[in-house]
Design a protein around this ligand. Structure first.
Ligand code: 4NP
Length: 150
């Protein structure tokens, strides 16, 4: 499986989602390709936000080597599954699909826990206290997704 995590800046939520899913995949012996990207390009080349690095480290996951990049249309072919963090990301990514077939690859991350509820992972950028709750909801969603393959 090749899975891409997408948020707005690719420095807070999707780098966490990438690190968490990779951690779960490794722990379960799954040889998956996991990456992340942002719909926006403001942070291209940047490491994850220090608050994401810190909360990941608290839970034993190292995301320091990851670097932000912007989503590109070629990603629709390069990945089997594209998880978006919020409904804004969903709208932005679906606007880029080369044909309707590709929209089947795109889903909200929290659909794994709350199917069809259109729930978003809140953007923690302006709230230091939001990083741990964001980590926990991503961890739950990634565990639920992986469980389908075990
Ligand atoms: P993310 O959070 O989408 O979870 O990476 C954000 C980070 C930066 C910005 C927006 C959201 N920004 O506008 O710079």
């Amino acid at each position: 499986m090749r899975i891409l995590m997408v948020c707005l800046g690719n420095i807070c939520r999707s780098p966490l989602a990438e690190g968490i899913l990779r951690h779960h995949a490794e722990q379960n012996g799954l040889d998956w390709e996991i990456d992340s990207a942002g719909t926006g390009g403001w942070h291209v080349g940047d490491p994850p936000d220090p608050r994401s690095i810190k909360v990941a480290r608290q839970f034993g996951i190292d995301i320091t080597a990851q670097r932000a990049r912007q989503f590109k249309v070629a990603d629709f072919d390069l990945f089997d599954q594209i998880f978006v963090m919020d409904t804004g990301n969903l709208r932005d990514i679906l606007r880029l699909v080369p044909s309707q077939e590709y929209s089947k690859k795109v889903a909200l991350m929290l659909d794994q826990v709350y199917p069809e509820k259109l729930k978003s992972v809140p953007d923690p950028y302006y709230n230091d206290d939001a990083f741990e709750p964001v980590f926990r909801m991503l961890d739950k969603a990634c565990a639920a997704y992986i469980a389908k393959f075990l």
